[in-house]
Design a protein around this ligand. Sequence first.
Ligand SMILES: Cc1ncc(COP(=O)(O)O)c(C=O)c1O
Length: 346
Amino acid sequence: MKPTKPRRSFASDNNAGVHPQILAAIAAANDGHVVAYGDDPYTEAALNQFRRHFGKETDVYFVFGGTGANVLGLSAVTKPYHAIICVETAHINVDECGAPEKFTGCKLLSVPAQDGKITVDGIRPLLHDVGFEHHVQPRVISISQSTEMGTVYTRRELETLSGFAHKNGMLLHMDGARIANAAAALNVELREITRDAGVDILSFGGAKNGMMYGEAVVFFDKSLAHDFKYIRKQGTHLPSKMRFISAQFEALLADNLWRRNAEQANRMAQVLARELGTIPPIKITQKTEANGVFAIVPHRFVPLLQQKYFFYVWNEETSEVRFMTSFDTTEEDISEFISLVKKTVE
Ligand SMILES: Cc1ncc(COP(=O)(O)O)c(C=O)c1O
């Protein structure tokens, strides 16, 4: 008999479906006509949720996807002679096909990461030539929370970075594709690790935490958003049927669904890391703080496991792979996978 594929895999939180409450919210919004492009009651309700979480003086713009949120948010606060500083592993640096460079015109200056994170010591050498007309001028530090390596910046680390950025005439941009996982991991409110920690612009992720699609560009200083409505439209990210993104955000933010989804994903990552860690040839390589688990799986086992479970190899040389959990991952999914891993490496 042909083996059937498991229903859920560990390749990406983007591979998960849509949370039933979100799907129900989309269906509920599918009622008659409302004005297009965001001038509708669903959008108003969703924006109110964002203001409830992040404070009244917050400007929020919905867009289709995460790359667009990053590119447009960064475009709003930069000129082409600026530089954006990030870690080598940053999504904007390696996974956006050069879109941030193309659309902002800025040079990305990347520095090595420690535990997936940027540090002030890593950034400092890039500031030697501030004011020198032959060099690009650092304007933004961009970080991902949680990081691409499944780690989480603490509030103190964020305050250090924002303090350093502001002292040096820069802004702090956060790629929050997985901001919910970070807040859940730290057991804090969303604003504690964004606005209150000195973040200036946030890409707020929805798709990885149970939404069908849709992200938000969030400005904590309204003056930075001055021209953003034009930037979004020209940047092709003004959704005509905005209500269907808005309804999803409202459902996610209104009654802590965002936190429940993220907690489930994070908890499952802990279980997965713990179980994998007991299988001798496998070595966990990063701290599992959010919903990503990184591990060395010896080369020869990778294709065998991939016959049944799709997942990404992060580093071909070292055979480090990434497993992601999501809001719908269950303990049974993990035990099924772990039994296959055990059988495969025996
Ligand atoms: C850290 C990070 N930022 C942003 C994104 C957004 O990507 P997309 O444009 O596919 O929504 C992703 C998606 O994988 C991501 O992992």
